[in-house]
Design a binder for this molecule. Structure first.
Ligand SMILES: NC(=O)C1=CN([C@@H]2O[C@H](COP(=O)(O)OP(=O)(O)OC[C@H]3O[C@@H](n4cnc5c(N)ncnc54)[C@H](OP(=O)(O)O)[C@@H]3O)[C@@H](O)[C@H]2O)C=CC1
Ligand SMILES: CC(C)(CO)C(=O)C(=O)O
Length: 308
């Protein structure tokens, strides 16, 4: 299977390395110092299951790759438009383009750029970051990919990607309810990213203090209410279910948005808490806590000095 990884950072680099290790023909798209390091030293994964691919196919020019079976989109949300323009030469009539980016607004941009049948849905669970050029560091053992057709069918291309993932040791699942999966992650992520980034704390203290615990739960309840208003089949008490996940993860776990704030990077808040506000407004669902998170973080959204 020919797979292109558009954006070879924490998410794309990690899962691309596993796919390549499993025998798939993987072409990474990268840029800057990370591209140069991948060219000269390959790709290294640090963490619970370290690995080193001494030679990888990597380029900043997707046109040189040609058509592929699957494009995995893994750039930060603010880079989506540029990335979509660049991947055009990779996409043939049967190519599946799958965004594993965070949030629920990501697939709008894909549907605007490609034919609906070229777009599959995806969700990625992992905690990774580029530690230095050519090196991805994973925190904790969690690693999971879910993907599927939006019409719920188990397609041959979905099965083929599943086989490639499993061969690489990825905990992967071909979902017949991918829209619900995307929202289920969104509920947790909006709660985790909104609290850890505004409070500048990991999940441990946040879930332990009654006041911040209640805030976390109420933030997630707003996301559930908005999803339900948009027809997503989320149980009414789904925020409570996600609170159990927040209780189960390591106390030092935090969100990628919190890391981005500490590093002075741009923030994806416009698509996370901001996305909840936007989708809530469309259906008349009040989202005051997500509005507060978005407002509090807006001065940092375009990046700033390092805090960590
Ligand atoms: N990392 C994680 O643990 C998880 C991340 N996600 C989501 O996945 C998405 C990606 O996040 P993450 O992997 O952390 O981000 P990273 O910043 O680690 O990786 C993105 C990479 O893509 C590169 N890139 C962006 N645009 C282009 C381009 N046009 N051509 C070539 N390279 C490009 C970036 O380069 P540059 O640095 O120069 O911008 C960067 O190296 C986000 O939506 C995030 O929320 C979801 C689950 C877990
Ligand atoms: C919550 C987590 C770590 C799960 O993958 C994530 O997606 C993020 O923080 O961006």
């Amino acid at each position: 299977m020919r797979i292109a990884i558009m954006g070879s950072g924490g998410l794309g680099g990690y899962f691309g390395a596993r796919l390549a290790r499993g025998g798939a023909e993987v072409h990474f798209v990268a840029r800057g110092a990370h591209l140069e390091a991948m060219r000269s030293q390959g790709l290294r994964i640090e963490g619970p299951e370290p690995m080193h691919l001494p030679q990888v196919s990597v380029t900043d020019n997707p046109a040189g790759i040609g058509e592929v079976d699957v494009v995995m989109l893994a750039v930060k949300l603010w880079d989506t438009e540029q990335a979509l323009a660049q991947i055009r030469p990779l996409v043939g009539p049967d190519t599946a383009v799958i965004s594993f980016q965070n949030g629920v607004l990501k697939d709008r941009a894909l549907r605007a750029a490609f034919d609906a049948r070229q777009v599959m849905g995806g969700v990625g669970y992992v905690a990774t970051t580029i530690a230095s050029p050519g090196v991805i560091r994973q925190t904790g053992p969690m690693q999971r990919l879910l993907f599927g057709e939006f019409d719920g069918t188990r397609s041959a291309r979905g099965e083929a990607l599943l086989a490639a993932c499993l061969a690489g040791g990825i905990q992967a699942e071909l979902s017949e309810q991918i829209l619900r999966e995307i929202w289920q992650k969104f509920v947790f992520l909006v709660g985790l990213s909104g609290t850890t980034t505004t409070m500048r704390k990991t999940i441990g203290p946040i879930r332990s203090h009654p006041q911040t615990r209640a805030f976390l739960l109420d933030v997630m309840r707003e996301v559930v209410a908005v999803g339900r208003a948009h027809g997503v089949p989320l149980a009414e008490d789904y925020a409570e279910v996600r609170l159990q996940l927040a209780d189960a993860v390591a106390p030092d776990m935090t969100s990628s948005m919190h890391h981005d704030l500490e590093r002075g990077n741009r923030l994806e808040v416009r698509w996370l808490a901001g996305g909840v506000v936007e989708l809530g407004q469309a259906k008349g669902v009040p989202t005051p806590l997500n509005r507060a998170i978005h407002d509090i973080l807006c001065l940092h959204a375009e990046g700033g000095p390092r805090h960590g």
